[in-house]
Write a protein that binds this ligand. Structure first.
Ligand SMILES: [Zn+2]
Length: 89
């Protein structure tokens, strides 16, 4: 398990801390998690947070759409590869 600098999801809170890297964060510090203080204020179990647990229904819908798009793109690529193989034969 890698560890990475997280920043609080609360934009008004500047807390940062080292936590498990659950999203393979590459550059920007992940900000999907509330810090311990904010989580307590919001009544969230700080350790129970997941990359999607703090999302609003709107954000979740957006994420689902993105996933669906990625899936369609993959299917399209597969079909392209298949048709190339078939055409050659
Ligand atoms: Zn915070």
């Amino acid at each position: 398990m890698k560890y990475v600098l997280h920043i609080c999801k609360n934009k008004k809170c500047n807390n940062g801390w080292i936590d498990k890297d659950l999203t393979n964060a590459k550059s920007a510090p992940p900000d999907w998690k509330y810090c311990r203080e904010c989580a307590e204020k919001l009544g969230i179990d700080v350790d129970a947070q997941t990359p999607t647990s703090n999302l609003t229904p709107k954000e979740l819908l957006y994420l689902e759409k993105k996933k669906e798009q990625a899936r369609i793109m993959r299917e399209r690529d597969k079909r392209k590869i298949n048709s190339t193989v078939v055409n050659r034969g």
